[in-house]
Write a protein that binds this ligand. Structure first.
Ligand code: SAH
Length: 406
């Protein structure tokens, strides 16, 4: 049994930490041994020596400690990772039994702060954003092989937020399952009846916004009430909502807008794979500019039966929130002008700093500005493979509403 150095906490935010939130900031630390190296495993104790578990220490990160297990003196070996992976797999198999593509490890929500693992049929991709997991990468990779046996394993450690932990960016194909690099950039999958080609090497996230898959499905169902719908998908990425809308009704006509040429290319390709290319038009443009031009042309006003707003997170912190709110508000105002009365507005925010209430109030303010009435039909959230755990509020990040314009 290893015996880890002991770090003692003060009372600051102790309730949050004791309740199981794994992040400990410097202000909560009462005492810490000298010269601890980044990535060292430590035992965490409360102000009265309460045992809080095993954590990873990192002086280079604002999150000084990430608690990985409520037991003390735990080792981050392949057995530890294999147990976490197996538990996460059991959850997905139970709740999403038909899915062959899913997020297997959603960081804190699956007890592994700083780790994402996504599975796309025979391919597994992982992304590490904490020094502690990085230090134990060999054990993690060995556990991935044992539990998942992937033909293809890709390390997508290419996200900018690695620098907050003092980590550099790396992209590596650990095993290619006989696929060339070009094939991994056009990797075919099928998800809930929709075919996609994903760029596993460079695509956003690890190729797909898996967190929106349930909401794509829900759109198909909602459109049943709109024969031959005209649908506008803003921030369409590689076609998620657009394909769902086109496949909902052979008479549907869909416009998808995204500023990335590569995404537009992939979206067109995915439309062809699903035999809906004649129903879809993908336009490379800045959504703000496109909506501005359209909403100033009388012929476009009220011309859509359904509009989807799924922008990137405009704010990663509290300081830029005002700008983000202005951005969201403008999107809603323009979209409401282009929506016909009786039409559907689906709106999402993936920023933790835009709460459900704030998103709702932005939509209602836009309704006031445009003299429209909205009815909130339902609220939505991230798919089940991105679990929301109540004691970690950050785990609930993607929220959405479906409104009907009266
Ligand atoms: N709706 C998608 C995911 C959208 S991700 C799905 O369900 O799969 C956000 C997308 O917005 C990215 O593809 C990015 O290229 C695009 N984007 C970001 N800012 C943009 C802007 N100002 N105008 C158009 N597209 C933008």
């Amino acid at each position: 049994m290893p015996s880890h150095p002991i770090v003692q906490l003060n009372r600051f935010e102790f309730r949050r930490i004791r309740a199981g939130h794994p992040w400990v900031y410097e202000r909560s630390i009462a005492s810490i041994p000298d010269e601890l190296q980044d990535g060292t495993l430590v035992s965490v104790q409360g102000p009265r020596q309460e045992q809080l578990g095993t954590a990873i220490y990192n002086a280079s990160s604002k999150i000084r400690l990430r608690i990985v297990d409520p037991r003390i003196d735990i080792a981050l070996d392949s057995a530890f990772f294999a147990e976490r992976l197996s538990r996460a797999l059991e959850y997905r198999r139970q709740l999403l039994p038909r899915r062959t593509c899913f997020r297997l490890i959603s960081a804190e929500s699956d007890g592994l702060s700083g780790l994402i693992i996504d599975c796309y049929e025979a391919a597994t991709l992982f992304q590490i954003t904490s020094v502690g997991i990085e230090r134990h990468k060999d054990a993690l990779i060995s556990a991935i092989h044992d539990v998942l046996k992937p033909a293809i394993l890709i390390e997508r450690n290419d996200v900018p937020n690695r620098k907050w932990e003092g980590l550099t960016q790396i992209r590596k194909i650990h095993c290619d399952g006989g696929s060339s690099e070009a094939e991994l950039r056009d990797y075919p999958i099928q998800l809930e009846g929709t075919r996609y080609q994903l760029n596993l090497i460079e695509g956003n996230k690890t190729g797909l916004y898996l967190d929106q898959i349930d909401n794509h499905q829900r759109l198909r169902a909602l459109l049943a009430a709109y024969p031959a719908p005209r649908v506008l998908d803003c921030f369409s990425y590689i076609g998620g909502f657009s394909l769902a809308a086109a496949m909902a009704d052979p008479q549907a006509k869909v416009i998808g807008i995204d500023q990335s040429a590569e995404c537009i290319d992939k979206a067109r390709h995915n439309a062809a794979l699903n035999e809906v290319e004649s129903q879809t038009e993908f336009i490379q443009s800045n959504v703000f500019e496109w909506l501005r031009t359209q909403s100033e042309s009388d012929s476009a006003l009220g011309s859509f039966d359904c509009i989807i707003l799924d922008p990137p997170s405009f704010t990663k912190n509290r300081h830029t929130i005002d700008g983000a709110i202005r951005g969201y508000k403008e999107l809603h105002v323009r979209a409401l002008k282009l929506l016909r009365s009786g039409g559907l507005l689906l709106t999402y925010s993936c920023s933790h700093h835009i709460s459900e209430d704030l998103l709702r109030s932005i939509a209602f303010e836009a309704a006031l500005d445009t003299h429209t009435h909205l009815v909130e039909l339902e609220s939505q959230r991230q798919s089940l493979d991105h679990p929301v755990v109540p004691h970690i509020p950050e785990s609930y990040y993607l929220k959405g509403f479906v409104y009907r314009k009266q």
